[in-house]
Design a protein around this ligand. Structure first.
Ligand code: 5RP
Length: 271
């Protein structure tokens, strides 16, 4: 366990060293256990943070920012038109094309809008998250849903090929479904390992035997009425979205993985 923590810390340090702008004004801070080391690495840079606004992705993230003595600014308080310099976040799994599964920590909606408001989204994780295809080691897609529609969404997911999708429960606390920062529920939907775009280019068919191409599955789930957001981060990167005339990348430009031997492996988006 100590090794895992050391590898998260190493990945965070490298990610911050390579992507934290020294004059950063707006920085997105994700959720989970790895992001703690990102904040630690930002503090260790010793740069002046007094003019920097840190945008949280949920309750835990805001507490992390505030307890580090940094300034938290909620997403809905960002001045209109402001683009974040960078956003850092963890992931539950990352594939060869840098598509990610997120939401294991129940924060996917705010994580997605923060990532999509940033010039660059940088992912930081340990080696367990580094896989060739999504849903290889991590087994389900987290989906945030309106409570009233939860069972309808579960039925529709089953039609898409999800195997026993379940409502995530509060564990060891008050009985009942877990509620997100938005007061929504989470459905965890297991699917077979997903296909990448390159698999489809090589002739594999999205949806065959329930194995969907990442972007295809994300769109189909998002289209189900009652779904707020899907824990699949795919499509454009921030720079690609900027080049296309907007902001809005949800796929990281780079992902940093702390490896068991103490090294850090970096995957960069190619297209
Ligand atoms: O998506 C997330 C929260 O919803 C987290 O980023 C993801 O679960 C990774 O968490 P950790 O850094 O603890 O492994």
């Amino acid at each position: 366990m100590a090794d895992i923590e050391a590898s998260k810390r190493a990945a965070a340090k490298a990610a911050v060293a390579n992507h934290y702008p020294k004059d950063a004004r707006w920085v997105g801070i994700g959720s989970g256990t790895t992001i703690v080391y990102v904040v630690e690495a930002i503090q260790a840079l010793g740069v002046d943070t007094s003019l920097t606004h840190y945008v949280p992705t949920g309750y835990q993230s805001r507490q992390l920012i505030v307890s580090a003595g940094l300034t938290a600014v909620e997403f809905d308080a960002i001045p209109q038109g402001t683009v974040l310099d960078v956003a850092f976040d963890g992931a539950d799994e990352v594939d060869d094309e840098l598509n990610c599964i997120k939401g294991g920590g129940a924060c996917l909606f705010q994580e997605k809008i923060v990532a999509m408001q940033a010039k660059e989204f940088i992912c930081v994780a340990d080696s367990r998250k580094l896989q060739s295809r999504l849903l290889s080691n991590w087994k389900y897609v987290p989906i945030e849903v309106a409570p009233i529609a939860a069972y309808r969404v579960i039925r529709k997911l089953t039609e898409l090929g999800a195997v026993n999708p379940v409502l995530r429960q509060n564990l060891n606390v008050k009985e009942g479904p877990l509620k997100t920062d938005q007061g929504f529920f989470l459905v965890d939907a297991p699917f077979p390992p997903m296909l990448t775009k390159s698999d489809v280019q090589a002739g594999k068919v999205s949806g065959q035997n329930g194995a969907w191409e990442v972007g295809d599955l994300a769109r189909r789930i998002k289209d189900i009425a009652g779904v707020l957001e899907v824990g699949i981060f795919s499509g454009q990167t921030g720079p690609e979205a900027t080049a296309a005339g907007g902001v809005g990348g949800q796929r990281p430009v780079a992902a940093y993985f702390g490896m068991p031997d103490g090294s850090v492996s970096v995957r960069k988006a190619t297209s």
